[in-house]
Design a protein around this ligand. Sequence first.
Ligand code: ADP
Ligand code: MG
Length: 273
Amino acid sequence: MTTSPYKLAVEDLTVAFGHGRRARTVLHGVSTGVRAGQTLGLVGESGSGKSTIAKAIVGIHPIRTGRITLGGEDLTGLRGRGLVAVRRRIQLVSQDPYASLNPRMTIGEAIAEAVDPVRADARKHAATVERWLETVALDGSAAARYPHEFSGGQRQRIAVARALAVEPEVVIADEITSALDASVQAEVLNLLEELRRSLALTMVFISHDLAVVRHVSDEVAVLCRGELLEQGRVRDVYRAPRHPYTRRLLASVPAFEEKPAFEKTLEKKESAA
Ligand code: ADP
Ligand code: MG
């Protein structure tokens, strides 16, 4: 066992692409982690290495040095069946829902496969599928339809339902609202916020958008050119960023003091309730 406070911990992670003189290091000894039942917001500009961290965690990118642990268990260098098992315990949802949703499978089939990869029978698992669809505020009738029949926001909610149906220990959401219009983005974020509470999710929420990250995270980690600059409680980092880069990043958020639209939507909902 480790003494790490984190459910999922990344220690001194280095990732490089290419070999020999062409090799380019994109993560330089990154250490971070997420506590059980909490959400870690991972922010950084495009190209800073956010997706590379996510992919290294789930074993898509090989790592040069470092260690990844889940509940104290070392996942580094797992292959074969061990890797397959870990991929179930940590679910990655990305910006492009087609990466996690097969266009030729009905939603019901896709979720049934997540529930039970061995006997992925949509009819056998109909009740469970319906429950997961309802969890993401979709009607059970969605089960018989195909991904292209849904809007972008609905597809992302389906991708989330599919990931949750695996009952993973950690969910990594990589820019899952970035391609959506502001109002649809607010809808997905409010849903995540609800799920985070009701399911006590442990989540890594990746975004280049600091306003969005603030809304859904307990802690925030700031990445810049493959280096982790600082990590702390959201209110501490946003009120008193320690690193000049974080200060600049916060200053560039338009009308940062003003509440973003989705928080206003939330307040409206709350006062209506
Ligand atoms: P972010 O998600 O923060 O936008 P990425 O992790 O996607 O950043 O990329 C970080 C850096 O690594 C970028 O410079 C990108 O070009 C590079 N990179 C990402 N994936 C690969 C790959 N498969 N091969 C080579 N370079 C890559
Ligand atoms: Mg990315």
